[in-house]
Design a protein around this ligand. Structure first.
Ligand SMILES: [Zn+2]
Ligand SMILES: [Zn+2]
Length: 184
């Protein structure tokens, strides 16, 4: 009885999380609390909870719930952080590949209508990355390079001069623009 209920609850949570990560995280708390209350009543009656055939002493069960709450909290914090993120000013439309300038409202709401292809673009499910500048100086060899939109969006490229992979995704260091922001 215990295991199927947990599996159904977790599947339920994943489905809710597909629509809203915050709602999914809150569902996680409700599920954990429900199982904790259920477990406590089972132990009160002198029975034990079992997890895939292994009976759990009450202290192990409580420890497990504590760990589960900790996981829920981590997910909840991550969900809040993601919801607070806004889009960068310049964004490459994933449909047509054109660069668009976003208004403050569009940046906050994380969706916009692309002026080039007229598609409605929702960006809230993807991680948000700042575009690399069009012209950049290779930090390995110092060569001036022009990046294409895909390289700018993915924040990595192979320098044609020194053949090194330059990846800014896990790199907080600043890049060197060739020209100032006034270009266009
Ligand atoms: Zn577009
Ligand atoms: Zn290079």
């Amino acid at each position: 009885m215990f295991n199927p209920v947990i599996i159904v609850a977790i599947v339920f949570q994943v489905i809710i999380g597909k629509f809203s990560r915050i709602a999914g995280a809150i569902t996680g708390y409700i599920i954990t609390t429900g199982i904790l209350i259920w477990g406590i009543s089972v132990y009160r009656e002198g029975y034990q909870m079992a997890f895939f055939g292994i009976t759990l002493p009450s202290n192990v069960f409580l420890l497990g719930c504590g760990f589960w709450f900790w996981m829920d909290t981590r997910e909840f914090k991550a969900a809040i952080k993601q919801s607070k993120e806004i889009l960068p000013e310049n964004f490459i439309c994933p449909k047509c590949g054109k660069e668009v300038n976003l208004s403050q409202k569009e940046k906050n709401e994380k969706n916009f209508i692309c002026p080039e292809c007229n598609e409605i673009i929702y960006v809230d499910k993807e991680p948000i990355k700042e575009l690399l500048p069009k012209e950049i100086i290779c930090k390995k060899c110092g060569e001036e390079l022009i990046l294409n939109n895909r390289e700018r969006t993915e924040r990595k490229f192979i320098c044609p001069e020194c053949n090194k992979l330059i990846d800014y995704n896990n790199d907080e260091s600043s890049y060197y623009k060739v020209t100032s922001d006034e270009e266009k």
